[in-house]
Design a protein around this ligand. Sequence first.
Ligand code: SF4
Ligand code: MG
Length: 320
Amino acid sequence: VKGLKKDFSVRTRFGAPKQVVKAINDVDFSLYEGETFALVGESGCGKSTTGRAVLRLIEPTEGRILYNGTDLAELGPRRLTALRKEMQMVFQDPYSSLNPRKRVGEMIEEPLVIHGIGDKKERTLRALQLLEKVGLHPEHYYRFPHEFSGGQRQRIGIARALAVRPKIIVCDEPVSALDVSIQSQIINLLEELQEQEKLTYLFISHDLGVVRHMADRIGVMYMGRLVEVAPTERLFAEPRHPYTQELLAAIPAAAPGEGKLRRAPLGEMPSPLHLPPGCAFQNRCPHATERCRGEMPVTRRLDESHEVQCHLYDIGEVTA
Ligand code: SF4
Ligand code: MG
């Protein structure tokens, strides 16, 4: 993903002139085969928009998405459809991502129909196998979504994503809508499936606990920018960006009874409509200087696996 940008035009009130929100602002990252790369950040930071742009569910304003060297924007509709088969999505809310009037089996088969895979009998067989693979029962084939719990519905969503044997799955907050007890079941399932099906995950979450467990590498997003990227343990041990440091400090302590935030919650995010010049984190950053208020920091590579976008790190190679 190179130089990805997505602008949205919004009206703040009826009749007001349209204003531009830079939902994704010059984001670069790589996704390596077989890994889980997590995008984390508070709601509105652009992580879901990035996931959707990668799948071209939304059209980026600018930037390139290369898949094994092929620029997705340069593909014709037929090749794009073929390639889409290799990239699927698991959505946050299993309640709203399933059609209430369709039977479960039909929903799982739908991507196979779209991509013209197999005949009816083969598709049914595949759906039955998938139900089993995600921990449901073949008899669930004829049921409707409302007959299932949240966790079961997410299993259906996962079965549906797997139907066309994708290589990459964008998981957009796949457990955020679920009870904590159910979350770990779904996370374990995603991990098992990754192993079995050799999947690559782009894992979008605001939950650092989940991300620490799941991800090989983490990218931290703030106000549409990717401000730090590092391998998971490295990020937790040596967070470099002041925003990452704040996020980690705000994680609830693990011990029972110490569940409250260790520090005061993070300050307000600036309005995306009125971003100040310079670094977008300046109003919350304890290290902000005059330079931060006038000049946007570039992304620098501290070593081969750790990148940060902050004026505090003026050493290291500038990326892209
Ligand atoms: Fe803080 Fe400046 Fe770094 Fe932004 S560039 S995070 S304001 S020190
Ligand atoms: Mg989101």
